[in-house]
Design a protein around this ligand. Sequence first.
Ligand code: ZN
Length: 340
Amino acid sequence: MTRKLLATTAGSLPKPNWLAEPETLWPKWKLADEQLWEGQQKSALEWILEQEKAGLEIISEGEQFRIHFVHGFLQKILGISWDKKIKMGIRNDRYTVEVPTVTEAIRKTEKIHSKEAMFLRENTNKAIKFTLPGPMTICDTIANDHYNSRSEMAFEFAKVLNQEARELEAVGVDVIQFDEPAFNSFNQETIEWGIDALEKAAKNLKCKTAVHVCYGYGIQENLDWKKTLGDHWTEYKNIFPALNKSNLNQISLEFAGSNVPPELMLLLPDKEIMVGVITVVADKIESPEEVKHNIASALKYVERERLIACSNCGMAPLPKQIAIKKIKALGRGTRLANQK
Ligand code: ZN
């Protein structure tokens, strides 16, 4: 019997406007202290129920407890100066953001996301996924005033990520996903050291491990960049052979509405593939039939047992109502694909 197709999201989901500024990547919280923790739990619970209702099988907390997927993790890492913020071009200078600076050897002395993962574990009986930023993407979202090179810094972050991942595994997380959008911006460095650093972060975990490699959130800077990439996007072609040899179990890729040639999935014969069958742009809500069609396109290259239907990327910057509709379409389209 073939396994039924499972569905999940890439990770982040919009925060409600009473919790944080909406539709922006680095919002400010609107609550503080105990009220903030209460609000985050309330919002995460709403998203857990929304995902379950849509029929998703692998559930996340929608990153409701962190302001941003990279800086949320960094906030409790020692050796980083938040007073020394500088404007830096990230993802190969695609957009400029204010980032903190590494000023001393980095270290982790406390659990960062365990309490949030515990909340997720206690509030669903489904499999749960928790996302962490990958080492290369962290190094592309922070300034370096201490290490000799970006790669040296990445291996140090890999150590603390591995500590954190082990703690999340102990809470009962089924899938730990490292987000590495920087892989598509720096193909050469990815091959040279990015995947090695990622493997170090994922080392000796018993739960499933995944890496999400995308072409970014559905924001204008990324939409403009994608227009420059031509009719056949070749970035995955450069890195999939190395990822297939890595210790990661699952690879999450962007596919819906993209110019990614589907046959590139053949370069990952030994991995489960989380295929983006739903876009993360605000001006399009896929129908379940479109989602089914996207799944069918991927099934030409990936056996059903290795395919998980997913969103192309995180949905954090989308209007909440649009993200809800997209999740529903993802769930329904996957159900249609299971009916054959
Ligand atoms: Zn992404």
